[in-house]
Design a protein around this ligand. Structure first.
Ligand code: NAP
Length: 514
């Protein structure tokens, strides 16, 4: 398929030896990179003429040569004249690009007494490892870099907040010259993924097994296979998961694959958000078409929606936001409720006696929810709607009491739950994050106490096989995995994102967890 953008994908080569760098170059070539960045400052015992000849003479892809000094975040500590002479030598030996720091570029340009090889392009770079300046300051910086005679402007700044990235997108969109504009750090990751969407000249991505040359750099294989960055164009809609943390989420794998499978022009990214209101205020353009919402923002996000789906309103928490195309209003939904309840019902059907086909297997049964956060509310509300009787057991008893009051149930503390004797055929649903990666040895209830439940459900889905579910299975309960819920809630989100029920169904989503 023809790429939808002209942004280049560059693999930085970070290695102590030329041999290793040559191996990395070939790996970059077969992995689908467009060019490599040779980081000379990472080589030990670097011998400029011999090593550059070897590296540039054997390159399977175009190359940027960078010799980053310590004062600009690199590893080179020696004399700057020697360093700049080496960069000029790289140009003479046929480097496609060289990267020179703004601070010394005037010295570099004026020290070039010989004619600049016309084939080589000069990237003039500026790095700010503390902050991302204002749009005005970024604009001034672009102008200063342009005035040096740069062929390509490069600005790399530190993201202290995901909202900082919006300023760089603004600069990319309005810049008249080729520009690389990226934000470092985990909170700047979307600048690297969405760079082709906003017209950046290139973006960097790390090869498997190679050290990142800057914090927050994504893996090259993920850029191509999960995020399909070649297909990002100005019309591509942006969706993402708002949460903190978000790194563990499999949502991008799932949503991007399903978007691709139905030919929906969209990308789904992880959005590490501290302040939901600020995030929604800053990313208010129609480009950002919808969001999934996770810990700890499900209740806060609801307050910033213009409208709520009735189920979300009753639950008091959302996990999905759609920017309605007709008027730009934010509409909140809760697909966790449907996801969890339908997963449990699906597993119970056929195993428990029902009065009729239409009756929910939850009707009339005792449903014990551990936790009283966003997911807990969704489970309690959903089970109540199906005719179950509800008990809420939570670490903070006060929160348990409030939720129990809302659904007409009973509240208890976690310690009381240990000694509680439920009636036969009761259901236990964990809605806390206890047992979630990396604390996979955690469990919210003892194995002994689990013996008293017929069905045990765990919202945690990383890992799939939680300690709670393993122990529940060992004591003979029917278990329902958080993965089942995840797939079902994501399927409903997919329908809301694409505004069309899909016939791909859960089987299509399920392949990711098989
Ligand atoms: P939340 O709103 O932050 O609520 C967290 C709940 O867990 C609160 O009740 C909290 O108790 C309790 N909790 C946290 N740490 C605890 C600990 N160490 N011991 C005992 N209780 C603890 O989070 P949420 O949005 O409801 O999400 C909760 C979990 O559900 C997460 O693991 C999330 O990944 C999972 N989830 C899964 C799916 C899925 O599709 N499978 C969907 C949604 C959520 P306090 O009130 O005392 O703080």
């Amino acid at each position: 398929m023809e790429p939808a953008n002209a942004t280049l994908l560059c693999a930085p080569l970070v290695a102590p030896t030329v041999e290793e760098m040559l191996l990395q170059m070939n790996k970059a070539n077969v992995s689908g990179a467009d060019l490599v960045e040779i980081r000379l400052d990472t080589l030990s015992n670097f011998m400029p003429h011999e090593d550059l000849k070897l590296l540039l003479g054997n390159r399977p892809l175009p190359a940027i040569v960078t010799y980053r000094p310590k004062w600009e975040g690199g590893q080179y500590e020696g004399d700057d004249h020697y360093r700049l002479d080496t960069l000029f030598m790289a140009m003479e030996l046929g480097a496609d690009y060289i990267d020179v720091e703004l601070q010394v570029v005037n010295d570099f340009m004026s020290s070039i007494t010989r004619k600049k090889p016309s084939k080589s392009k000069v990237i003039v770079s500026s790095h700010n490892y503390q902050i991302t300046p204002s749009v005005e300051e970024l604009g001034d910086l672009v102008a200063r870099i342009q005035a040096t005679g740069a062929d390509i402007v490069k600005i790399s700044t530190m993201a202290q907040n995901i909202t900082d990235v919006a300023r760089m997108f603004h600069v990319l969109v309005h810049c008249q010259v080729p520009i690389i504009g990226l934000l470092m750090g985990e909170k700047g990751a979307i600048s690297r993924l969405l760079c082709p969407r906003f017209g950046g000249y290139l973006t960097y991505a790390t090869l498997e097994g190679v050290i990142k040359s800057a914090p927050g750099q994504p893996k090259l294989k993920d850029m191509l296979s999960i995020y399909n960055i070649r297909q990002l164009g100005r019309d591509t809609k942006i969706y993402g998961l708002i949460g903190n943390p978000v790194g563990h989420s499999k949502a991008p794998i799932l949503h991007n694959e399903t978007f691709k499978s139905v030919g929906f022009n969209a990308i789904f990214v992880l959005l590490l958000v501290d302040d939901v209101r600020e995030f929604l205020d800053v990313y208010s353009s129609p480009d950002f078409a919808g969001f999934s919402v996770t810990i700890p923002h499900k209740e806060e996000a609801l307050r910033h929606c213009d409208e709520l789906d009735p189920i979300a309103k009753s639950i008091g928490a959302i996990n999905t936001i759609i920017r309605r195309p007709s008027d730009g209003k934010l509409v909140g939904y809760n697909t966790d409720c449907l996801g969890a309840i339908s997963a449990i019902e699906h597993e119970m059907r056929g195993l428990f006696s029902l009065k009729g086909e239409a009756e929910s297997p939850l009707a009339g049964r005792l449903f014990v929810v551990i936790g009283a956060g966003g997911a807990g509310k969704a489970f309690a509300y959903g089970a109540k709607e199906k005719g179950a009787r509800i008990i809420i057991a939570n670490r903070s008893y006060d929160r348990a009491k409030i939720l129990a009051g809302l659904v007409g149930g009973q509240a208890m503390s976690l310690s009381d739950l240990e000694n509680f004797r439920p009636e036969e055929e009761s259901i236990l649903a964990n809605s806390t994050s206890v047992g979630m990666y990396p604390d996979i040895d955690g469990t919210p209830i003892s194995k002994e106490a689990l013996r008293r439940y017929a069905v045990v459900f765990d919202a945690v889905y990383t890992p799939k096989d939680t300690r709670l579910l393993r122990e529940a299975e060992e004591v003979g309960a029917v278990v329902v995995s958080g993965v089942e819920m995840f797939l079902r809630q994501a399927f409903r989100q997919f329908e809301l994102f694409t505004d069309s029920p899909s016939n791909n169904g859960l089987d299509c989503l399920g392949v990711f967890f098989s």
